[in-house]
Design a protein around this ligand. Sequence first.
Ligand code: ADP
Ligand code: MG
Length: 206
Amino acid sequence: MSSFLHGHGGIEVVCGPMFSGKTEELIRRVKRAQIAKQRVQIFKPSIDVRYDETKVVSHSRQSIHSEPVESALEILSKLKDTTRIIAIDEVQFFDLEIINVVKKLADRGYRVICAGLDLDFRGVPFGPMPMLLAMADSVQKIQAICTVCGAPASRSQRLSDCEDDVLLGETDSYEARCRAHYFYEPKENELPPHAEQSQESTSLIN
Ligand code: ADP
Ligand code: MG
């Protein structure tokens, strides 16, 4: 990877609940960059194999080629010399090192487009998202449509009673809901939402 580019690097974050169109928006930005003949690499966490192993696919079945990676650092090692733009879908699933990786890339002059869930199904900020949102140069927060009433929806309602922390977004497991139609019943002994967050996030940046 060359050390500095002369472009205007920056961090763009697209966030919102499931079905809000984050992946469509990421694909839209990538396609426009490709029209401008800028080299783009698209990454996704390898955990996300819902529709396809190597493609980023939206719920409306738009798709684009992507490189699945196991960790945030793998993005750096897979970067090609000609790449100017890096797009990362499902960025919330990455380890917290993604914050440093994204910052480094933007500082070096890359345009970094990140799409991810701002909140998990409990309504708690998701993994690295709070830091990415704060450090971003531009943020687009989009809403889906509430499956109950048709209002703008900012929450992802988990329907099944699965114990796993990461339940990948299949249509029958989650629905987009507005605040009024979203509910989450914390389990006994569960930390109150947000308590776990603040401990982690202060020592992350180097
Ligand atoms: P995200 O990446 O945010 O989960 P996608 O970009 O994959 O969303 O998909 C967005 C598309 O999902 C919409 O354009 C629409 O076709 C479809 N869709 C299905 N259910 C809903 C919903 N409840 N609200 C909005 N869009 C929905
Ligand atoms: Mg998506």
